[in-house]
Design a protein around this ligand. Structure first.
Ligand code: NAG
Length: 279
């Protein structure tokens, strides 16, 4: 009995990421905590400061899952950012940002893709569940063909490699994984109309079950790139949306997308960016 439970523990430990192993708390002075032997991480925000963490290693392509439970209650003005970035003026970046709201009003999931320092590719969504009640899985599949954003396994957005059509694609700058919880009441709450309710502080978001078993990781302090082949080989490197995925992404975009830069005429009077018009 004892051996079995030890074996099971090791098995679980091998699959679930460990925040102590994979991440560093980078700011917030005690507002960020790694708990339960590395299985849980919390970020918090109070009137003085927010907090954040960063992966120790860098990734050049990968299938990266994280479970988040967002700030509950009146979270208006708070932003929980979870993203991959290579940093620098010509950085590549893949963003999830969760814009808090008044109790009972929906969060906005804001997404963006930067290539060679240029972003302005926002798409925003409501979620089909309350993201503050339970942990939900937010995933990025980034391979040479496309970037697919998913929520609980449902693809919500795809950014295809259209380099052959002149659209830069992130493929050579390794990225770190970042997250932060900060206050952005001027930006995030209908142009500053709704104020952050500091009487509710500290605001806390939680993270668990980080998984980058299928990824090409560049370890800190070494330049060697190893693409782990756990479970299903390297098939993720050529994975694309199958017909179920395509149906699902259409369903999400039809029912939950609230902003798409590719349909914002006012913003692009000279014509949409090329990736918007290539079928
Ligand atoms: C907050 O809720 C309001 C009312 O439902 C909605 O219009 C808005 O998009 C939501 N999100 C934010 C960040 O304000």
């Amino acid at each position: 009995m004892k051996n079995i439970s030890v074996f099971f523990f090791l098995l679980v430990a091998a699959f679930a990421g460990n925040f102590n192993q994979d991440f560093d708390i980078t700011w917030g002075d005690g507002r960020s905590k790694i708990l339960n032997n590395g299985k849980l991480l919390t970020l918090s925000l109070d009137k003085t400061s927010g907090s954040g963490f960063k992966s120790k290693g860098q990734y050049l392509f990968g299938k990266i899952d994280m479970q988040l439970k967002l700030v509950p209650g009146n979270s208006a003005g708070t932003v929980t950012a979870y993203y991959l970035s290579s940093l620098g003026s010509t950085h590549d970046e893949i963003d999830f940002e969760f814009l808090g709201n008044l109790s009972g009003d929906p969060y906005i999931l804001h997404t963006n893709v930067f290539t060679q320092g240029k972003g302005s590719r926002e798409q925003q969504f409501y979620l089909w569940f309350d993201p503050t009640k339970d942990f939900h899985t937010y995933s990025i599949l980034w391979n040479p063909q496309s970037i697919i954003f998913s929520v609980d396994g449902s693809p919500i957005r795809q950014f295809k490699n259209l380099e052959s059509k002149g659209v830069p694609y992130p493929k050579s700058q390794p990225m770190w994984i970042f997250s932060s919880l900060w206050d952005a009441e001027d930006w995030a709450t209908r142009g500053g109309l709704v104020k952050t309710d500091w009487s509710q502080a500290p605001f806390t978001a939680s993270y668990t079950n980080f998984n980058a078993d299928q990824a090409c990781k560049i370890s800190s302090g070494s330049s060697s790139n190893s693409c782990s082949k756990k479970s299903s080989g390297n098939s993720w490197l050529s994975e694309s949306l199958d017909s179920t995925g395509q149906e699902r992404i259409k369903w999400v975009q039809k029912n939950y997308m609230i902003y798409n830069y590719c349909t914002d005429n006012k913003r692009f009077p000279q014509g949409f960016p090329p990736e918007c018009t290539i079928a």
